[in-house]
Design a protein around this ligand. Structure first.
Ligand code: HEM
Length: 513
């Protein structure tokens, strides 16, 4: 037989095929000597998929995958494993965790997310930013979350929660089922709309709200998300090399235009509001006045694109996180009526003293703090934390050294469910968070918002939203689990999602008090 003018035999074809398969196979295992070379105990990987085969196939949630790895290294302080072909170190020991995320933070500045900020300008946000540019941006954005700013936002929270109660009343009167995840997502979308954009997104009042639709579309497991996951099996950088964007152009334009139009309206009409966009606009103005050298790599200049990207991250990081936490909390309260009664009594007594639910009154609700802490212990919706080594780091007590680029995973969910720190981990018990009980646990065993300089910047905002919403709901309604959801228990996690969320719909009955 001839091919390209050459005489080829069946043996030549066979040899070529075997060689190609050998090269592909070698590529699939080429990174697997990483931990062995460093003398770090590691989990045996399978070619291409490493230790994340079920995750790649979409049959497992990332949290369950990390739990399996945590259990595999039962008696170890840390262990090596592979997400597809990428080597990662799981750090389990609380002291070591504290070292990575707090004490030796200068060795672990970055999160190590593989995003291409040129391809996806909305990804040029605080969550993904690296090195000194992250530090400069974090310093600029931190004042936006001060307690003073939160206090001023209190009426905005209350307005949205009133709309939520309106929606609950309407649905209850019509005997409609109330899907809490969806209702809380609407609430959280409106809160972010009001507090970040200064706009009324109206998701609670308008079933066809464009913003709720946008939020739902962005968080949905799209074909784009699946394709990027698939390409990552070959290489983390392949989606970017092939130009497969994280967000489609229409969603990107929607957000960039929304931010630009809002800013333009305010500048033209000399309108000032108490929200994140205003704070970012003021920072942008300060940057322009200071005339920072654009070539200075240690500084980040807030321009229109960066401003849109960071308002976008407040939207993304701010609505599903709080909505899902509220859903899990209401689910637990509906299953634990005694805890619900005790909490309601505290809310009623505090509101009687203060005359309203606001920043000051919710600060006094200690039992509410404990209920929220226990919800975030049992359901730390981000699941795990991640850090990228930015300066070589000797693993304490070992000869192994992490090099720049090595990534570390801290399995918050598995730690929160380890009976060593939380006996009977599946039990919902707010008493774990009395001051006395908190002191019995080592540091870094409670990480729903992360820890150290790179922790969640929105934690106080989120907690205020959770407190306002829960206290308002409990003062007006008793919550019980609807039969339809009872039949689907126990709760399962939706696979192919970054954040934790229940796979089944959670329907709650709200009975007026
Ligand atoms: C219950 C609600 C929330 C939870 C459980 C949560 C959890 C987290 C976690 C675990 C991290 C990573 C921390 C680390 O790596 O140490 C994080 C980072 C972040 N969160 Fe949240 N979050 C919540 C709400 C919010 C809200 C409301 C906002 C903004 C309005 C927000 C904005 C961010 C940002 C911008 C980062 C990146 C911070 C940085 O890299 O400097 N989060 N969040």
């Amino acid at each position: 037989m001839t091919a390209f003018g050459y005489e080829v035999s069946w043996f030549d074809i066979f040899f070529l095929l075997v060689s190609m398969l050998a090269v592909i196979y070698y590529f699939g295992i080429s990174t697997f000597s990483h931990w062995e070379k460093k003398g770090v105990k590691f989990m045996k990987p399978v070619p291409f998929f490493g230790n994340t085969l079920y995750l790649a196939m979409g049959s497992q949630h990332i949290t369950d995958c990390h739990q399996e790895i945590y259990d595999y290294f039962a008696d170890d302080a840390y262990g090596g494993w592979f997400a597809n072909r990428s080597p990662l170190l799981m750090v389990k020991d609380p002291e070591l965790i504290q070292q990575v995320i707090v004490k030796d933070f200068t060795h672990f500045y970055d999160r190590g997310t593989t995003v291409d900020m040129k391809l996806d300008p909305l990804n040029a946000n605080l969550l993904n930013m690296t090195g000194h540019r992250w530090k400069s941006l974090r310093q600029k954005l931190t004042p936006a979350f001060s307690s003073g700013k939160l206090k001023l936002m209190s009426p905005q929270f209350n307005e949205c929660v009133d709309d939520l109660c309106g929606l609950i009343d309407e649905k209850t009167q019509k005997n409609d089922l109330i899907d809490v995840q969806e209702s809380m997502a609407k609430l959280a979308t409106d809160v972010i709309g009001s507090c970040a954009f200064g706009l009324q997104f109206n998701s609670l009042k308008n079933p066809d709200s464009e913003f709720r639709r946008m939020g739902r579309d962005i968080m949905k497991t799209s074909w784009r998300f699946k394709l990027r996951m698939f390409l990552r099996i070959v290489s983390d950088n392949l989606p970017s090399l092939l130009g497969v964007k994280a967000f489609n152009k229409s969603k990107e334009d929607f957000f960039i235009n929304l931010v630009n139009d809002t800013m333009k309206y305010r500048e033209d009409n000399k309108v000032e509001r108490n929200d994140f966009i205003q704070i970012l606009m003021n920072l942008k103005k300060m940057d322009e006045d200071m005339q920072i050298d654009p070539k200075n790599e240690n500084q980040v200049i807030l321009d229109e694109k960066l401003l849109a990207a960071n308002t976008f991250i407040f939207f993304i990081a701010g609505f599903e996180t709080t909505a899902t936490t509220l859903t899990f909390c209401l689910f637990e309260l509906s299953q634990n009526q005694e805890i619900q009664d005790k909490l309601r009594k505290e809310v009623q007594a505090t509101v009687e003293r203060h005359g309203a639910i606001n920043y000051e009154s919710t600060r006094e609700m200690e039992y509410l703090d404990r209920v929220i802490a226990e919800t975030l212990r049992k359901y730390p919706i981000a699941g795990s934390l991640i850090r990228r080594c930015t300066k070589p780091w000797q693993i304490p007590g070992s000869k192994a050294k992490l090099e720049v680029g090595d990534r570390v995973v801290i399995p918050a969910y598995a730690i929160h469910h380890d009976p060593k720190y939380y006996p009977e981990p599946e039990k919902f018990d707010p008493e774990r968070f009395t001051e006395e009980n908190k002191r019995t646990r080592p540091p870094c065993t409670y990480l729903p918002f992360g820890d150290g300089p790179r922790n969640c910047i929105g934690a106080r905002f989120a907690l205020q939203e959770l407190k306002t919403t829960l206290s308002s709901i409990l003062i007006h309604y008793r919550v019980t689990l609807n039969e339809k959801t009872k039949q689907t228990l126990p709760l399962k996690l939706k696979p192919r999602r970054i954040l934790m969320q229940a796979e089944q719909e959670i329907y709650i009955n709200f009975t007026k008090i």
